[in-house]
Ligand binder design. Sequence first.
Ligand code: ZN
Length: 165
Amino acid sequence: MDYTLPEFLAHAIALEHEAAERYLELADMMEAHRNDEVSALFRDMVRFSRLHHDSIVERARGVALPVLRSWQYRWTHPPEAGGEEAFDYTLDAYSALCYARENEARALDYYSTVGQQSSDPEVHRLAAEFAAEETEHVQALDDWLARTPRPSTPWRDDPQQPPSD
Ligand code: ZN
């Protein structure tokens, strides 16, 4: 993946756009479940992805971007989804967070790999910067996962926790 700067910018814009769209879906879904906390987290992630997207678009101003043939930036299929692009509306908060984390980790992986393999110093620099942002996203999701109960566990490992219904 020795991208030129225009190739890299095009992929990064597509990746952030995709992330914003998926987070919006996840946020709506959690809202439908009346899980306002996790919904708010996903709305934050929508905002971060859009801010990032917009700043990359700004950076790409005046650069002729290639049309992408790669689908590498797309999120993986949602868990237990009936079809492509559709979420299972019964998805619980824990699984939604896991799913988001998996995709953030992929983005992190993607940016770090590109950064390491690129011979263009600007691509190298930007990719490292973006990878650092994704590291924060993964961390944020890990923090939420740590305080989100796992679904359908047959026992409660934390007796302090109030019973859920
Ligand atoms: Zn991210």
